[in-house]
Design a protein around this ligand. Structure first.
Ligand code: NAG
Ligand code: NAG
Ligand code: NAG
Ligand code: NAG
Ligand code: NAG
Length: 277
């Protein structure tokens, strides 16, 4: 089986796909992301800031365009550099164009295309406008803001109710009272949070201490890798760092972090089941 597959696996490496990072060629491509200053843009009266995606193309045969296509074809490790992402302050960066006469789409395309054309001799076509914010209709709360406020208010309210119920009607060490309401009591949750692990009526809890320790360490790893993951999906100044990190053995531990998540779930489930026994 392997002898049949091997030629295909080897052939895949030379099929018009660039797998290797080459810094001199890489920095000749237009930047994948670029953002104008948002606050400064909207500080002007009538300032308009748009977040847009553009597709790069070329009418004539272009060495750069060929490189961009072949580099982007390695979809597992590389971003798609044929589509660039820009945050454009229309009123400042595109002031050389006739913004008031043209519609916004035409202005945005002409504006970015002009910069790209002058520096790289390839063209940019507007693909998508993610949003445009205007200085005049800024402010105010939208639906998602209200939803977050309501959810936080509900959480604060149930905590207040649970804590008052606990303080007024229940004794700290007794097991009486409605357990659902008490699960929101600040006093009880704080006591649980700061109580040392492995101390309790069950002597076997002592042996599970190392589990709790491992779980705490794993939790730090999970938070760390999710922060890194979120950064990898934002508007990066240096996307090459993410692309190169996939070839760096020391970062493989982060990239294969979902294995750690599995052990974390198994450990947590075990401790939970043990507590309910
Ligand atoms: C990197 O790319 C440039 C331009 O395409 C080329 O001249 C150079 O030989 C390449 N370097 C490596 C190490 O492949
Ligand atoms: C890159 O994005 C463009 C535009 O969205 C798309 O047409 C193209 O297929 C993508 N290329 C790859 C390799 O995914
Ligand atoms: C902008 O449009 C106005 C009105 O159509 C015209 O008079 C002016 O020459 C245009 N300016 C540029 C730079 O195209
Ligand atoms: C981009 O700009 C160049 C030079 O001004 C022009 O020839 C080309 O038609 C423009 N392309 C688009 C898609 O606007
Ligand atoms: C501007 O572009 C958006 C999509 O990017 C499209 O839905 C809209 O119809 C366009 N407007 C004009 C006036 O071309």
């Amino acid at each position: 089986m392997l002898t049949i597959l091997l030629p295909f696996l080897l052939l895949q490496g030379c099929n018009g796909v660039i797998y290797k990072f080459n810094s001199s060629a890489y920095y000749h491509m237009p930047a994948l992301y670029s953002l104008d200053e948002y606050e400064r843009c909207l500080s002007d009266a009538g300032g308009t800031f748009c977040l847009i995606d553009l597709d790069l193309f070329s009418d004539q045969p272009s060495e750069l365009m060929r490189y961009i296509h072949e580099y982007s074809a390695d979809t597992k490790k590389h971003f798609n550099h044929t589509q660039i992402h820009r945050g454009v302050c229309v009123t400042q960066s595109c002031s050389f164009l006739n913004y008031s006469v043209w519609d916004l789409n035409t202005t945005l395309e002409a504006c970015v295309n002009d910069t790209i054309w002058r520096n790289y001799k390839v063209q940019a076509r507007l693909n998508n406008i993610n949003y445009c914010y205007n200085a005049d209709d800024r402010g105010g709360l939208d639906t998602s803001d209200l939803a977050v406020i309501i959810i936080y208010m509900i959480l604060i309210a149930v905590n207040v109710v649970g804590s008052l119920y606990d303080v007024l009607f229940c004794h700290p060490s007794s097991k009486s009272g409605n357990p659902y309401v008490l699960s929101f009591s600040l006093r009880r949750n704080w006591a649980k949070l700061v109580s040392p692990a492995g101390i309790g009526p069950d002597p076997r809890l002592e042996r599970l201490k190392s589990f709790q320790g491992l779980r705490a360490l794993t939790m730090a790893c999970v938070i760390f890798s999710h922060v890194a993951l979120a950064m990898g999906h934002s508007y990066l100044r240096n996307p090459d760092f993410i692309e190169k990190s996939l070839e760096d053995p020391s970062k493989q531990i982060l990239l294969n972090g979902n294995l750690v998540t599995h052990t974390f779930f198994v450990m947590s489930a075990f401790l939970l089941a043990y507590n309910f026994q």
